[in-house]
Design a protein around this ligand. Structure first.
Ligand SMILES: [Zn+2]
Length: 254
């Protein structure tokens, strides 16, 4: 039976050399989630397909579906983020975003939101209007929401009040007021994470704004720091995974 030709919209997450002239890429696709594909001749000089095998390239890929992997027949590149590879800091962040996207996606589970989030994050980084650490906060927060791990940050999980002293209890999945915390958390050691009103507002914006308009706000340096620290606690609580690319990120002077 001849291999079937399919068309997908996607972005290259990783690329590695295979044999003398080929590459294997991991593609985050809207239709089929994260798939791996071979690009024959990608490393040949003047190859027509070499550009489509570079990380963070976005486009329409025509693939032959083989028994255990795909082969790229051709690609129509719609966006190539040249600014990513040119700047070491941006590349470190982008690599971490790609690694997070890899962690949360798999083959044959469509990933339109993850793909769009990665795309708009790459666009925001190359435009350079908001800081890289803030792009990271937004990306991480929104990714958790896409994956169904969002925190309740609008009202108390117990009594539904949005007034008074609300703190985040990661083990409960969001805000609790003081009296609900006393009721529910009496036997647990979790103290509750206090966020400033500006930080709460920023996080609420991140989980409610359409993806296309997500990277349009800025915060003070102090709030950015507060949000970054909060995300670190949030991720430590929910994801017990060491991301390789974080080692590079943590070596950056922020
Ligand atoms: Zn309450």
């Amino acid at each position: 039976m001849a291999a079937e030709l399919i068309e997908v919209t996607g972005m290259v997450l990783t690329a590695s050399p295979v044999k003398e002239y080929d590459k294997r890429i991991e593609l985050l696709t809207k239709e089929r989630g994260r798939i791996s594909a071979f690009v024959t001749g990608a490393r040949r000089v003047n190859s027509a397909v070499s550009a489509c095998a570079i990380p963070f390239t976005f486009g329409t890929y025509r693939l032959y579906e083989g028994r255990s992997s795909y082969n790229v027949q051709s690609a129509q590149i719609k966006k190539f983020f040249a600014g990513i590879a040119d700047d070491f800091d941006t590349l470190c962040y982008a690599s971490y975003f790609a690694e997070l996207a890899r962690y949360f996606t798999r083959e044959n589970v469509e990933a339109p939101d993850e793909l769009l989030l990665l795309y708009v994050a790459c666009s925001a980084m190359t435009r350079g209007k908001i800081s890289l650490p803030l792009v990271r906060v937004i990306y991480e927060m929104r990714m958790m929401q896409i994956e169904g791990e969002a925190l309740e940050l609008f009202q108390c999980l117990g009594c539904k009040t949005s007034q008074g002293n609300l703190r985040v209890y990661f083990s409960r999945g969001g805000f609790l007021c003081d009296s609900c915390a006393a009721k529910f958390m009496s036997e647990q050691r979790e103290k509750g994470y206090r966020l400033s009103p500006d930080a709460v507002y920023a996080l609420q914006f991140i989980v409610t704004t359409p993806l296309e308009r997500l990277f349009t706000f800025r915060v003070s340096e102090q709030i950015e720091k507060e949000l970054s620290e909060f995300m670190t606690h949030y991720y430590e609580h929910y994801l017990h995974h060491t991301f390789q690319s974080l080692a590079f990120l943590e070596s950056l002077p922020y």
